[in-house]
Design a protein around this ligand. Structure first.
Ligand code: ZN
Length: 246
């Protein structure tokens, strides 16, 4: 089963790469062939085997020798690892299907924001619809929606008072999704870790690149990493914290 989930992750990862690229170019990702961005040569099925094709072709286009971005195998492999991890955590359940879909959306937002410094609405909104349905079916509707509104409002205030400098409006919408997904009190853990990761990486990049504080660092990857940790270990972190302050 784990092998099946891993291979599923590789294939979904390959599809996510396609979603990221075609969304950026404004193309449909349902129809249309895959082609090399440089020489426009159509790619054959054996050029599109996740990870393997990249390794066999040594990261170069078969037709023109143009370098293929390492994003492709990295996203494929990460999706496979994350999918396998989710399966090991929750087993073969309906929750697994829900979480795999959410993880796929997370991976797209993560890479998209890192690469293009923007979070397309359609990704966040599909996540919000999906988790809203899940909350209605299984969750504590009132408190979870309150968490989502609270998280979103918190980001809205930062966005508003920093005049969009501290974070983008995309993060305000993403915070709503995170609130829905984590509920109370895990939403606090997720957001706190997001800021914590952001502060660490921000400080390191400041020291290494000597970037000034104004240079743009996309925030969604940190928020999503924090949310991921809170999703699977949030309860334990809350318990640990409560045991500290007792
Ligand atoms: Zn080419």
């Amino acid at each position: 089963m784990i092998i099946f989930i891993f291979v599923l992750g590789l294939i979904v990862g390959s599809f996510l790469n396609c979603v990221i690229l075609r969304t950026y170019k404004g193309e449909s990702f349902i129809v249309g062939r895959s082609y090399c961005p440089k020489c426009k040569h159509d790619l054959k099925p054996w050029d599109l085997i996740p990870v393997l094709s990249y390794l066999i072709l040594r990261g170069k286009c078969r037709y023109c020798g143009n370098k293929i971005s390492s994003q492709y195998p990295l996203v494929e492999l990460s999706t496979a690892i994350i999918f396998s991890f989710v399966y090991l955590q929750v087993g073969l359940t309906s929750e697994m299907i829900y979480l795999l879909a959410i993880m796929a959306i997370f991976i797209v937002i993560f890479v998209y924001d890192l690469k293009y410094y923007i979070i397309p609405d359609k990704f966040v909104f599909s996540g919000i619809i999906l988790s809203a349905i899940w909350v209605f079916l299984t969750g504590d509707i009132l408190i979870t929606f309150a968490s989502a509104i609270g998280a979103s409002l918190f980001f809205f205030l930062i966005w508003f008072f920093s005049k969009g400098l501290a974070m983008g409006f995309g993060d305000v919408k993403l915070a709503f999704l995170i609130g829905l997904l984590l509920g109370w009190p895990n939403v606090i853990v997720g957001l706190f870790l997001g800021f914590f990761f952001g502060a660490i990486i921000g400080t390191i990049s400041l020291l290494i690149n000597q970037k000034n504080l104004k240079s743009e660092i996309p925030f969604a990857p940190f928020l999503l990493s924090g949310t991921f940790v809170a999703l699977f270990w949030g309860d334990k972190i809350v318990q640990w914290y409560l045991s500290l302050i007792k």
